[in-house]
Design a protein around this ligand. Structure first.
Ligand SMILES: CC(C)(COP(=O)(O)OP(=O)(O)OC[C@H]1O[C@@H](n2cnc3c(N)ncnc32)[C@H](O)[C@@H]1OP(=O)(O)O)[C@@H](O)C(=O)NCCC(=O)NCCS
Length: 148
């Protein structure tokens, strides 16, 4: 079941965030995000949170801040479902562009974004920390008005 992400979901969301991301968001980061009006959705399977997405919607832009699928539910279409839902919602409220940053090495996520016709529009050198240094962020964007 796909539904809106609420602050009360944090206890279920945080362990997934910590298990899956290289530099996970803290509880405080999620709380700040909620306070500043971010929106999100999650997918539950058998009453268990399996995946979630968090976005910031401002003016005509949708910034995809976090998309995360629990290890045991990866490669089952949940990331795709969350991304499609988010893009449809954004388009329905008049948003014209969606964008995101992703680690250069994150080929799984990049494949997902390219599948949804995101295009590479820029790079940020050494944007992310790694275990032994830094890596670049790639910035992808999609024009929602031109998409079906
Ligand atoms: C990236 C992520 C969100 C994808 O979610 P998912 O539910 O596993 O992916 P889906 O099953 O919806 O797959 C969608 C597409 O992504 C790509 N993909 C997903 N997993 C992949 C893998 N292991 N290898 C190659 N491509 C992969 C494929 O193109 C796939 O489409 P296909 O199955 O038709 O070939 C998920 O792997 C994840 O949470 N990763 C860790 C956190 C992260 O990197 N988030 C993104 C930060 S920018």
């Amino acid at each position: 079941m796909l539904r809106e992400l609420k602050k009360t979901d944090l206890p279920a969301v945080l362990p997934i965030e910590e298990a899956v991301h290289i530099s996970p968001w803290s509880k405080e980061t999620f709380e700040t995000c909620f306070r500043s009006g971010c929106k999100g959705w999650l997918i539950e399977i058998d009453n268990k949170v399996a995946a979630f997405i968090v976005v910031s919607l401002h003016a005509d832009e949708c910034h995809i801040l976090n998309i995360c699928v629990a290890h045991e539910f990866q490669r089952q279409g949940l990331g795709k479902e969350l991304l499609q839902h988010t893009l449809q919602y954004a388009k329905s409220i008049g948003i014209t562009i969606a964008y995101l940053e992703v680690r250069r090495s994150n080929t799984r996520a990049i494949t997902l974004y390219r599948q949804h016709h995101f295009q590479l529009i820029g790079e940020r050198k050494d944007y992310y920390a790694t275990v032994n240094g830094h890596e670049d962020a790639l910035i992808f964007a999609k024009n929602l008005q031109q998409s079906a």
